[in-house]
Design a protein around this ligand. Structure first.
Ligand code: PEP
Length: 251
């Protein structure tokens, strides 16, 4: 089933112990409305189960921040998509820049993770984005093309896959591309996905990188922006709520 727009996903990164994660999840589940968009939260693995229990039957997607490409095995420290499902998650982020660049994960591994997560029945949020040096060199489209070529799963459709465009230089920096740049790149991504996969134009496109209450309405109003992936601001439920409310239930 297509995800209702606006899609507002919160990546809690490596923040949160049990007590504050429960409180944060309760706050999010308390403001979400079934008739307005799609909200998701991506807590650390250690509190995933608690967050699933707090959310209960309320309409909040709960997902993992990463997964391995195998269902099980001798991979110390890793979590499989099957384990995420077993813990109650229905989604997972793959290819976040903090893993691509911070931990050296390559496109092929990210594609295998995405394929495995889809096979396990999870909604996949595939992140792509250029570094600052690539941006300054005018290589954005080339980098995104390469990341799509290498990491887009074969069976990609709009009900099970979301693409998050997250310029690396905008993550956690307080800097964002201009609205014109966001509009242009999302329009281009829409065409790229249509060209690469049947039904690819239905794959929701998120913008991520320093989304805050103050800039959310402008970003969410761009024609090919179906939602946002929020890092830092998602840790503050009031800020996260303001971002959610800033998005029109347009499509
Ligand atoms: C992120 O971690 O995906 C992110 C977009 O972070 P921030 O909103 O803090 O820039």
């Amino acid at each position: 089933m297509p995800l209702a727009r606006p899609i507002v996903f919160g990546n809690w990164k490596m923040y949160g112990l049990r007590a504050d994660s429960r409180a944060r999840a309760e706050a999010v589940a308390g403001f979400v409305r079934a008739d307005h968009g799609t909200v998701g939260i991506f807590p650390p693995f250690t509190v995933l189960r608690e967050v699933v229990e707090v959310v209960g039957e309320r309409p909040v997607v709960v997902g993992g921040q990463d997964c391995h490409d195998r269902p099980e095995g001798a991979f110390t420290g890793s979590i499989s998509p099957v384990m995420l499902r077993d813990a109650g998650a229905t989604a997972v982020i793959v290819g976040h820049s903090e893993r691509r660049h911070g931990l050296g994960e390559d496109d092929a591994f990210i594609r295998r993770k995405a394929e495995a997560a889809l096979a396990a029945g999870l909604l996949v949020v595939l992140c792509i984005g250029e570094t600052e040096a690539e941006y300054l060199a005018g290589r954005r489209h080339e980098v995104l093309e390469r990341q799509l070529e290498g990491s887009l799963p074969t069976a990609a459709d709009g009900g099970r896959l979301v693409i998050a465009y997250e310029p690396v230089w905008a993550i956690g920096t307080g800097r964002t591309p201009t609205l014109e740049e966001i509009r242009e790149i999302h329009g281009w991504l829409r065409q790229e996905l249509a060209r690469r996969r049947p039904g690819g134009s239905d794959i929701p496109l998120l913008y991520g990188g320093s989304v805050k209450p103050a800039n959310a309405a402008g970003i969410l109003a761009q024609p090919d922006v179906d939602g946002v992936l929020v890092g830092g601001a998602s840790l503050d439920p009031e800020a996260f709520r303001a971002i959610y409310e800033a998005g029109d239930a347009r499509r």
